[in-house]
Design a protein around this ligand. Structure first.
Ligand SMILES: Nc1ncnc2c1ncn2[C@@H]1O[C@H](COP(=O)(O)OP(=O)(O)OP(=O)(O)O)[C@@H](O)[C@H]1O
Ligand SMILES: [Mg+2]
Length: 360
């Protein structure tokens, strides 16, 4: 613990490791079982409720309008981006705007051929099939999906040995919406069969304030503008995290002050959760500090970073990195990760002055 004492001014140090765990969970954008139930109640249903992602919404509105005019189903779509940015929500909004049903499943639930065949055969014309974590689809399921996506039929073998027959069964014209946090892990042939492919972006502070303002009304939480701003700043550009934090801050305001939320109360509550004012938790800060102090700012491989922090590579890749990269605090290079000049400054350390083109 001693090595992080130097940063006391800019980082609230935990005296209790369990609290660290709790605070990292608050900032982990991955969906928990609790999120599943809670999020259903606050998910936007229409484009007007769906905040941000402006360009994406515009493109999609045009595709929807056109499909409606042509009285045809909309092209297959793939949404990718870090957890909690609104991929599942968007699929629901599209179904609602199209006025069609949506069937929701996820790749790990489609293990056996009959799982995917069953769901495809249960679809009605125009309906949307949403497959979450689509990069985890196995080869057999993918092979079944290809002709269904392209030509709307499935090939099935019936009978045994000599009497084997190939049956071609039509499926109704449906729209597949796939979502993934790992676009790079998707097989090329599957990716090529999506007509519309979009990346979801992290949200700005202003957009997160709008998300929080909407949530506060739905949950009947009283909060002023400074309160919204304080929570938005620490939400790592992610609506799921913002929605989680506002509830923790509401609890704090109620218990400690018996009051509505204002900027000061929100900051105090978030300090207590060990979330700093740019949304970094102790693990993120330790990661930056490690690269600077032990590896001269990098580059250093992800496995080395994970081992040194006693975290697994997936947590570093999926939880810490996307936001640190987006915030420009670390840089990805072919030889590993480097801390950017902003990353140095955030820790109160003067960045090395472009020695040997360090940051080029
Ligand atoms: N654009 C938005 N406007 C308002 N709220 C949003 C928006 N996007 C997401 N949210 C809120 O954030 C929560 C998380 O969104 P969602 O479940 O769609 O994320 P996701 O990208 O599917 O995450 P995962 O990768 O974990 O599946 C939703 O419950 C919703 O309330
Ligand atoms: Mg989702």
């Amino acid at each position: 613990m001693a090595h992080i004492q130097d940063y006391k001014q800019i980082m609230i140090i935990s005296s209790d490791d369990n609290k660290n765990v709790e605070s990292s969970n608050q900032l982990e954008a991955k969906e928990t079982d609790f999120d599943k139930t809670f999020e259903c109640s606050i998910r936007p249903k229409t484009f007007s409720d769906y905040i941000g992602q402006t360009e994406l919404k515009e493109t999609l509105s045009i595709s929807i309008e056109s499909a409606k005019k042509r009285e045809q189903s909309i092209d297959h779509m793939l949404f990718y981006g870090p957890p909690g940015l609104g991929k599942t929500t968007l699929a629901g909004v599209i179904a609602n705007e199209m006025g069609v049903n949506i069937k929701i499943t996820s790749a790990p639930a489609l293990e056996r051929p009959r799982d995917i065949i069953g769901i495809l055969m249960s679809l009605k014309a125009g309906e949307i099939l949403f497959i979450d974590e689509i990069h985890r689809l196995n080869k057999v399921a993918e092979e079944i999906l290809y002709p269904a996506m392209e030509d709307f039929f499935i090939d099935m073998m019936t009978g045994k040995s000599q009497a084997t027959k190939n049956l071609r069964i039509p499926v109704p014209k449906f729209t597949l919406i796939g979502a993934t946090t790992k676009a790079g892990s998707l097989s090329g042939p599957l990716r090529d069969r999506f007509g519309i492919i979009h990346r979801l972006e992290f949200y700005t502070i202003k957009e997160l304030m709008d998300v929080l303002s909407r949530t506060s009304k739905l949950l009947d939480i009283k909060i002023d503008k400074d309160g919204l701003n304080a929570i938005a700043r620490r939400s790592r550009g992610t609506p799921r995290i913002a929605n989680r934090l506002i509830k923790r801050v509401r609890d704090y305001a109620l218990v400690r002050y018996n009051s509505d939320i204002n900027g000061q109360i929100a900051n105090e509550a978030l300090d207590l959760l060990k979330i700093d004012n740019v949304g970094l938790n102790p693990t993120d800060r330790n990661l930056l500090k490690l690269i600077i102090e032990k590896y001269d700012g990098g580059p250093v491989g992800i496995e080395t970073i994970a081992a040194a922090l006693c975290e697994d590579v997936k947590t570093i890749e999926d939880v810490c990195e996307p936001y640190l990269l987006q915030a420009g605090l670390i840089l990805r290079t072919p030889r590993g990760r480097k801390v950017s000049p902003e990353g140095y400054r955030l820790l109160g350390i003067t960045p090395p002055i472009m020695q040997g083109n360090l940051f080029e």
